[in-house]
Design a protein around this ligand. Sequence first.
Ligand code: C5P
Length: 402
Amino acid sequence: MTSWPSAESKKRLLLGVTGGVAAYKAAELARLLTQNGMHVQTVMTQAACRFVGAVTFQSLTGNPVYTDLWDANAAQNMAHINLSRDAGLILVAPASADFIAKLAHGMADDLLTTLCLARDCPLMIAPAMNRQMWENPATQRNLSRLRQDGIIITGPASGEQACGEVGMGRMLEAAELAEIVQAAFRTATLLQGKNILVTAGPTFEAIDAVRGITNRSSGKMGYAVARAAVEAGAAVTLISGPVCLTPPAAAKFIPVTSAEDMLRAVQTEIAQTDIFISVAAVADYRVAHVSQQKIKKSAANLALELVPTPDILKTVSSLPKPPFCVGFAAETENLEKNAAMKRRKKNVPLLVANLAQDAIGSDESELILFDDTGQHILPKASKMEQARRLIKHIHRLYSQQH
Ligand code: C5P
C-alpha cells in the first residue's frame, strides 16, 4: 500500500479536508504548497463544505475540487481510484475524530475515506479536534491502530481551541504543515533504488514439540525501521521472527522462527542488499538436542544443553563485500561502554543502542547512535519517529561512503 512516489507523482499532493474549524487553515496550506510548485488536488467531505467553500480551494490550487463519490464526470466513475493513483502523498488536514475513527476501521462511505482505502501512496493526517475528543480512549485507540498501519500522524499541537478550551487538539499551522509535506516529498526519494534488508522481532529456539526459548522483543522497532525505509523510497525486505505485527504492505516479507532460519533467509537475500539493518533480538543460544515429543514432567532436575547460535550480523559484516551494516544493541547496564565495544566487535559502521528495560515492548525509545564520528543522541520519541531519524542518519553515512 505505502509505496512512495514515482517521478511523475513526486510533486502531487492529494489534500483531504474534513469537517472542522481548522479547515480554513487547510486553505492557507493549499495556497502555500501551490505557490511552492506543488500540484494540489483537493477532496472535501460534506462536513468540510460546511466550513469552507469548495470554490476557495479551486481558486487557490487552480484545480477542480472533488466532493462526491458518485461524480459522473470522473472517468468511469472511478474518482476514488484515479485520484489516489495520481498522488505522491495524501494529506488529510484537518482530520476530524470521526474521520480518524472511520479510517481506523477501514470504512469507505464517502469519496475521501474510499480513496484513502484504495490508495497506493503514503497517507499523512493532521488531527484537529476538541481536547477531550483527542484524549478520549476511543480516539487514542484509533490513532494507535493508524500508527500500526503506517499512517503518518502529524500534530496536533496544544493551545487555545475554537471552543474556548485550552489543550491538545489544535491542528498544526499551515506553514508548519507545508514544511512537513515538502520534507516528506524530499525524504521519499532518499533511498530510491536501494535494497534494504531488515531483521526484526525475537527468534524462537525450540526445546521440544511445544516449548522454546525466546525473548520479549515485540518487533516494533524493526517494523518501524522497515516502514521508514519504505517511506524513503527503498525496496525493503523484512525478515521477522514471531511477532503480532502487520508488516508494511510494500515490503517483501519473510517470516522465520529460529536464529538458523533467520540466517538462512538473510543469506538468500544478502547478495542484492545495499544496506543491512539487524534489529532482531536473535537468541544467543539454542538447545542442542530438541525433543520431537513434549518432554514429560518428573520430580528430577532437568538440564538443557545450550549451544551458541550463529551471529548473523557478524556473518554478514565479515563477508568479503559486505553491505552497509547497522547493528542494534539493547543493554541493561553500562550502555555507552558496551555499545562502543559491540560496534568494534561486530565490525559495523553504525550501532544503535538503547536501554533494554526502556525499549522492550514500549512504543517509545531513546536511542544513541555510535559511528566513526562519535555518539548521536536521538531523544525519546515514538519508535516510528526514531526509525525515520535513523533512516536519515543511515542515508547520510551511506552517501558519504558511496
Ligand atoms: O551481541 P548482541 O546480541 O547484543 O548484538 C546485537 C546485534 O547483533 C543486533 O543487531 C542483532 O540483530 C545482532 N545479532 C545477530 N545474531 C545473533 C545475535 C545478535 O545478528 N546471534
